[in-house]
Design a protein around this ligand. Structure first.
Ligand code: SF4
Length: 335
């Protein structure tokens, strides 16, 4: 099974090159158990290493204000590819190491699946932990007569073929010429975004489980049923809280102002809320009937079941107030 590799040698070189005395290191939630090791490693290159313990879900969430607060020289962001590229930030993405044998094996399954469906031109995409494998995957597929297209996304995504839950531009760039989209990675969040963002079949290649499959019908149905149920409830709301995140890569003030106008145009009340960490506890007692989250769309998609208040994404808000139709549901993206 592929292993997750943490390589901090370049991060240490970056800190030494800057002569950094103080740095802040951000670690994804799943890696907090390795915080001591990471701190020890970086301490070889920098005297004061502060491990940021607030939750961090992506490269959209940099603690820029902490640079001043701690008089720090740099941020080392572990786990994700770059979104912003300020000079004093170093990104150390995490990658799964996949052996040639593992790649050949899973690719064999993929070829069979594509041949069965008579698909010979595909878009190949991955999340940040797997994009390094795409060029080799393309070569193997080519030998079997399958043309793979690896698109280049907007500035928000770094590597070719990389998609984020909030940006599918790399796959959209190659849509006209493909029969299907092949996602190389784990989880169903990105594949569902691909499916509803492109309206083309999505084959999920999961190198961790060694599986190749289309998104199961039950997964698709449950997903859409939940979204439509939330929109139906939101359509009865009289007051909306439009939530803007303070996070550097999730801030969408203009979108929030547009939504407020749209809500008011439809004769309902809208209030603007701002929060850094968008968490249900902070909104208890706000008194609005529905919250529209303009920050990371994953908050709504992954977590709405756990909120007592109805939470929806911007496109869903427009559907709820009658400015768009259900057929126009797409995942909300950052340009
Ligand atoms: S906004 Fe959400 S999906 Fe986009 S990079 Fe940040 S955490 Fe990932």
């Amino acid at each position: 099974m592929p292993e997750l590799a943490i390589d901090l040698s370049e991060a240490k070189g970056f800190l030494r090159g800057k002569g950094a005395k103080t740095c802040i290191v951000q670690i994804p939630e799943g890696l907090k158990a390795r915080a001591k090791w990471i701190s020890d490693e970086l301490s070889q290159a920098c005297e004061n290493v502060f491990v940021k313990m607030d939750p961090c879900f992506g490269a959209c969430d940099l603690p820029l204000q902490d640079l001043n607060a701690l008089n720090a020289d740099a941020i080392i962001h572990i786990g994700h590819e770059a979104i912003h590229r300020p000079k004093n930030i170093f990104y150390a993405p995490l990658r799964y190491e996949i052996t040639d044998a593992e790649l050949e094996k899973i690719c064999g399954k993929l070829v069979k699946e594509l041949q069965k469906r008579k698909m010979d031109s595909i878009a190949l995409v991955a999340n940040a932990q797997f994009i390094h494998a795409l060029p080799e995957l393309r070569k193997i597929l080519f030998r079997s007569g399958i043309q793979s297209n690896i698109g280049k996304g907007t500035q928000r995504v770094c590597g070719e073929g990389q998609i984020l839950g909030c940006n599918y531009s790399a796959v959209k760039a190659v849509q006209p010429s493909v029969d299907a989209n092949v996602y190389f990675g784990d989880g169903m969040f990105h594949p569902l975004g691909l499916l509803y963002g492109t309206k083309k079949p999505v084959i999920v290649v999961n190198p961790l489980h060694g599986t190749v499959e289309e998104i199961p019908e039950k997964t698709r149905d449950t997903f859409m049923r939940r979204r439509f149920a939330a929109i139906a409830k939101a359509s009865e709301a009289r007051s909306f809280g439009i939530v803007v995140s303070a996070k550097s890569g999730q801030r969408q003030k203009e979108k929030a102002l547009e939504l407020r106008k749209a809500v008011e145009r439809q004769g309902r009340k809208a209030y603007l809320f701002e929060a850094d960490y968008v968490n249900e506890n902070y909104f208890t007692g706000s008194g609005v009937d529905c919250l529209v989250i303009t920050a990371c769309n994953r908050i709504v998609i992954d977590d709405s079941q756990n909120w007592k208040t109805i939470i929806i994404n911007p496109t869903e808000c427009l559907i709820a107030i009658g400015e768009k139709t259900f057929d126009e549901w797409v995942p909300d993206e950052f340009a």
